[in-house]
Design a protein around this ligand. Sequence first.
Ligand SMILES: [Zn+2]
Length: 271
Amino acid sequence: MIRVLDHGPIRQFRMARNLWGKGVYWTAAYLVDGLLIDTGCAYTAGELTEALKHQTVRQIVNTHSHEDHIGANGVLARERGIPILAHPLALPVLAAPRSSLALRWYQRALWGRPEPSLGRPIPDEIATPNHVFQVIPTPGHSPDHMALFEPQKGWLFSGDIFVGGRDRTLRSDYRIGQIIDSLKRLLILGPKLLFTASGSIRSNPEADLAEKIRYLEETGGRVRELAQAGMNIKDIRNRLFGREMAMRYYTGGHFSGLNLVRSFLADPPTP
Ligand SMILES: [Zn+2]
């Protein structure tokens, strides 16, 4: 299912697989001045293509190569010849998503397997008729993650590097130190309006980013203190995050509190 909402000149497409009449796990794409930022998952590729039918789309940027951001790349490139721009590390994944993305069952159930597409390496800036977007490398969620920032308007498209909330779990391949560094990189831009890939739109992004950085740094500090005092990672998790959330079980351990503790210890942020 798809929901289309306009925020001034920015059109948001919120998309989710329709399971038993309910949208499950929403992701968002944005269209601004002919630039399409992300393309949702494979299950919603047809709906997004239909919603874009009468829209001018000159180029596509994938914030990263996860399966819920590249799902309509193939059909939009094939049917409309729209060029796709992504981080160089993302390009092999776009070209062969079925072999590159080792999707777990929950990922196949929620988002499906994307069609292959050919992308080009993204430049440092993307020009549209009325705007120039800076491309901000923001690794941590994935090595190929990028955010887009329009400095005149203060618009920040954060992909999945900032989706809000207080993390109590982490995916096993995320790097928490890099995530904190990337959030700091976004904060110093001084954004005025933040568009997340989960669909929430933040009108006070500097406060939201600062709060997230504070929470993660404080939590990381406590994890390291407890580890230095000799506590094992399971007890640290229990002390700071409580028992594992349901997400640990339905993702087969891909997301867990233990992963978050491990990442704080293995990958501290840059001092
Ligand atoms: Zn992602």
